[in-house]
Design a protein around this ligand. Structure first.
Ligand SMILES: Cc1cc2nc3c(=O)[nH]c(=O)nc-3n(C[C@H](O)[C@H](O)[C@H](O)COP(=O)(O)OP(=O)(O)OC[C@H]3O[C@@H](n4cnc5c(N)ncnc54)[C@H](O)[C@@H]3O)c2cc1C
Length: 296
């Protein structure tokens, strides 16, 4: 099938894109990498009357560190929404500061889709199995939404509402994603998933980031599960439980059991609910072990 007819506008500034969204409202859709939207349009699951192209906007292409040398809180790395996924894989700042995002990207589609697909497009598309949304929730990132009136910050953990449903309004553009960077800690991270074929969306995924002190004690942990709920699920209660432990094998097994009890997966053609819960338990155990071994 081919897409229904539409008008095309290439924005040259973010303000111009927001003005177009304000004018056309729900009749318009932003297009970034087109890796999800174009197939949706070809299947006529999406029929925007207007496509507003933000792919070339310089303002949405930046990757910046917002370090605060005085504050004891986390540093922040800000990623523009139209930064392509392949750029994150190669960018020195992103690689050094956001290792979990880099690990997640290896599981996102294929080299060809990552060459065009953007970080922001994946977040707004909000597939419950998508890897980038899971990382934003686990790291407790903040999403900056822009419209003609200004900017609004939304925590990633409040952004995803249901499969492919988010808190963004039709007149808003996701402008940047601000990832906390754990300061002054020895950090390790891991991302694992099970899918039917390499490059397919995950049946279930899990990721973790841990920080250890000089004696090997866990001082901070964050983890989450994708594909097993209507939206990516961070599990801060398990992270809190791991902080202060030696992160030994017994502790990890107990944490994985507890994590699997916190999700309520659905069964479908590809996997039963019980199998998804089993995968979640196994994958959480694996990512916690791997993150512990990855600490440097
Ligand atoms: C073969 C194949 C395999 C794939 N496998 C995976 C996979 O394993 N894991 C995975 O996560 N994804 C996968 N994808 C999807 C891919 O990651 C897409 O890149 C991503 O979902 C959308 O990014 P995009 O930049 O292409 O967005 P687009 O397709 O351009 O847009 C997607 C949606 O987001 C909206 N949008 C885009 N940018 C913004 C913005 N800044 N503000 C507001 N709205 C915006 C659009 O209006 C649209 O509704 C796959 C895609 C293909 C074709």
């Amino acid at each position: 099938m081919k897409a229904a007819p539409f008008e095309y506008f290439r924005a040259s500034t973010l303000a111009e894109a927001c003005a177009q969204l304000a004018e056309h409202g729900a009749d318009a859709k932003l297009i970034a990498g087109g890796q999800s939207l174009v197939p949706m349009m070809a299947m006529r699951l999406a029929r925007p009357a207007w496509l507003i192209d933000i792919r070339r906007l310089e303002e949405l292409q930046r990757i910046e560190s917002r370090n605060d040398p005085v504050s004891s809180a986390d540093d922040v790395v800000s990623v523009g929404a139209a930064v392509r996924q392949c750029v994150i894989e190669r960018d020195p700042l992103a690689r050094a500061s956001l290792p979990l995002l880099g690990r997640a990207l290896k599981w996102v589609g294929h080299v060809q889709t990552r060459n065009r697909g953007t970080v922001g497009g994946s977040i707004v598309h909000a597939d419950p199995s998508a890897e980038i949304p899971l990382v934003t929730c686990v790291l407790d990132a903040v999403l900056e939404l822009r419209d003609a009136a200004g900017a609004t910050d939304v925590p990633a953990r409040e952004f995803f509402l249901a499969p492919m449903v988010t808190a963004i309004a039709p007149e808003q553009c996701l402008a940047e994603i601000r990832f906390p960077v754990w300061k002054g800690a020895r950090v390790g991270s891991a991302f694992e998933e099970v899918s039917i074929r390499q490059g397919d969306f995950a049946l279930v995924s899990a990721c973790a980031q841990v920080a250890l002190d000089a004696d090997g004690k866990c001082i901070r942990a964050a983890l989450g599960i994708g594909g097993a709920s209507p939206f990516p699920q961070a599990l801060p209660e398990i992270g809190e439980r791991l902080a202060g432990t030696q992160l030994d094998d017994r502790t990890i097994v107990d944490a994985a059991d507890a994590a699997a009890k916190l999700i309520d997966p659905d069964g479908d053609l590809h996997a039963t609910a019980a199998y998804r819960r089993h995968l979640a338990r196994v994958l959480v155990e694996r990512v916690l072990r791997s993150a512990r071994e990855d600490v440097r």
